[in-house]
Design a protein around this ligand. Structure first.
Ligand SMILES: [Cu+2]
Length: 201
């Protein structure tokens, strides 16, 4: 009887391992010139993209993001809304769960998506850098698990950002600036996947 129980547990464990994957990205943080509203400005971005690359994973996946800080500012990345179960050191707030990543240094964030599906976002979690360093997190259901609604024909993440007149572009993001101009940044997920991504089964 005990042998049967052990065998059953091994089967269950191997099935759950087979269903989860490791999703890896590299985020190269650096400054880049960006033009919006007829004005150009040097801002900090990830992988030369603004907004940054989409992190796409399935529920149960292990997400590994290596952040390489090539900018001249201290950096940290927060995975907004992602439950950090036994991985609090991967949450991202600088000076709270980690020291900031200094210029020329890197940090590997590792966390497992547990009990969550839907679209969240990631962003810098230090000083004003969060104004330009951000992007979507898309969490799909496990393979073989349907959406809790009719399957969509197509999915397009929308990122809402703020900008002000070109002469005063992003010097400070304030509530007033947010009210002045709300820019809609739309892009197809496939175009946003600049981060290196591999899946291991
Ligand atoms: Cu946040």
């Amino acid at each position: 009887m005990a042998a049967v129980l052990v065998a059953a547990m091994v089967v269950v464990l191997s099935v759950s391992v087979a269903e989860s994957a490791t999703v890896e990205y590299q985020f190269d943080v650096a400054t880049m010139n960006v033009t919006r509203l007829c004005g150009s400005k040097s801002i900090v971005v990830v992988n030369g993209q603004f907004p940054g690359p989409t992190v796409s994973a399935r529920e149960g996946d292990l997400v590994v993001v290596r952040v390489v800080n090539k900018a001249q500012y201290n950096m940290s990345i927060h995975w907004h809304g992602v439950r950090q179960l036994r991985s609090g050191w991967a949450d991202g707030p600088a000076y709270i769960t980690q020291c900031p990543i200094q210029p020329g240094q890197s940090y590997v964030y590792k966390f497992t998506i547990t009990g969550q599906r839907g679209t969240l976002w990631w962003h810098a979690h230090i000083s004003w850098l969060r104004a330009t360093v951000y992007g979507p997190i898309v969490i799909l259901p496990k393979l073989g698990v349907p959406y809790p609604f009719a399957a969509p024909y197509k999915e397009v993440p929308l990122m809402f950002g703020t900008c002000v007149r070109p002469t005063r572009w992003w010097p400070v993001i304030s509530v007033r600036a947010c009210m002045n101009c709300l820019s809609l940044l739309v892009y197809v997920r496939a175009q946003a996947n600049g981060g290196r991504r591999t899946r291991r089964r």
